[in-house]
Design a protein around this ligand. Structure first.
Ligand code: BJW
Length: 296
């Protein structure tokens, strides 16, 4: 029976200013004000598909053209978008505090474009601007071609608009039915790896069931081990995807207070993520508005 988390900015400020080691765990909500969709809830749909059902190696194996079209759209939107005041507030904090580290689940490159110091920014789920081979170990960093390949050009943003949830459920079910042929582009026509020649190229993001980048996880562990942690900011994420979500508990074990910055309150899905229910602070609203206010 813990008391409800505080939303008192001056109390938070006392904690912030006395903190030496701070970790931020960011999710799609950080980029929502820049116009990019989230994964869960109303924004988590592309055409007739749930974003999470396309973010799997199985979906890519079944229909690489469809998954590529989804990521081509996301690359295009991310390149059109601008970092928002929330991204810049984190950049400012990292410049002020050398022992501040941002772990982001976002693949949109907006924190990098807000000039977040690179050594203090850990990309948990990769980047849509890295291109990997689905078969061999080739990886190309920072490819901003839009479209990545002529067949992946966005014909009309209208085609890619969000669809009502009920249509999504029906279409995703049909797509997952092995008897329904939905192949979008002939895989032979999609770009192949210049190294092994046989593998299909794919976006350099981490899909469900895939391991997170080992070197990045190692760097984070190293940072965590160094000392106690004073504060963790949990920004615009449902904190339901592992291992990312586990960093909240890990920071708590190292003594951290927890401050949640999210559009949602803790009554709904967000509160169901047990590691956020007992937070010390909750600032409900748009991260792009709240972060500059509470971090200044
Ligand atoms: C706002 C806002 C505004 C809106 N302001 N807020 C342990 C237990 C159970 C399951 C597992 C486990 N360990 C592993 C698993 C399996 C799985 C998993 O976690 N499943 C869960 C569904 C339960 N995890 C994995 O498979 C991971 N791999 C792994 O563990 O591998 C093990 C392994 C080891 C060795 C060899 C092989 C394997 C990989 C997870 C990869 C996740 N990938 C994705 C796609 C990335 C590419 C892409 O972008 O397309 O990552 S899925 C998707 O979810 C994406 C996101 O980064 C991630 C998290 O979503 P996020 O950011 O939290 O978004 P939302 O939409 O959920 O939330 C947005 C929030 O913002 C909401 O709360 C809004 O209210 C809020 N919001 N507007 C502030 N303006």
């Amino acid at each position: 029976n813990r008391r409800a988390p505080s939303s008192d900015v001056s109390k938070f400020h006392e904690v912030l200013t006395s903190s030496k080691r701070i970790m931020a765990l960011c999710g799609a909500g950080l980029s929502a004000a820049s116009g990019l969709g989230t994964f869960r809830g109303a924004g988590g749909m592309w055409r007739n598909h749930r974003a999470t059902s396309l973010a799997t190696p199985e979906a890519f194996e079944k229909d690489p053209g469809l998954v590529w079209l989804f990521y081509s759209y996301r690359r295009h939107k991310a390149l059109q978008a601008k970092p928002n005041a929330g991204h810049y507030a984190l950049t400012e904090l990292s410049k002020k505090l050398p022992d501040f580290i941002t772990l982001t689940q976002n693949v949109d490159g907006l924190s990098q474009r807000a000039e977040h110091p690179r050594e203090q920014l850990k990309l948990l789920h990769g980047s849509v601007f890295d291109i990997k081979c689905f078969s061999c170990d080739r990886i190309e960093l920072n490819n901003y071609d839009d479209p990545f390949h002529p067949l992946l050009a966005i014909e009309s943003e209208e085609d890619d608009r969000l669809v009502p949830a009920e249509n999504t459920v029906r279409a995703t079910a049909a797509y997952m039915d092995p008897n329904v042929n939905t192949t979008t582009i002939n895989p032979d026509d999609l770009p192949h790896c210049p190294k092994c020649k046989t593998g299909l190229l794919r976006p350099g993001v981490v899909w469900f069931g895939e391991a997170l980048p080992e070197d990045t996880l190692g760097e984070i562990d190293e940072w965590i081990k160094q000392d106690k942690i004073d504060l963790i900011l949990v920004i615009g994420t449902t904190a339901t995807v592992w291992p990312a979500a586990g960093y909240v508990e890990e920071a708590k074990r190292k003594g951290a207070r927890v401050a949640v910055i999210n559009m949602d309150g803790l009554d709904g899905e967000l509160g169901a993520a047990s590691n956020l229910r007992n937070g010390d602070f909750l600032f409900q609203g748009d991260a792009a508005k709240i972060l500059p206010e509470i971090l200044k």
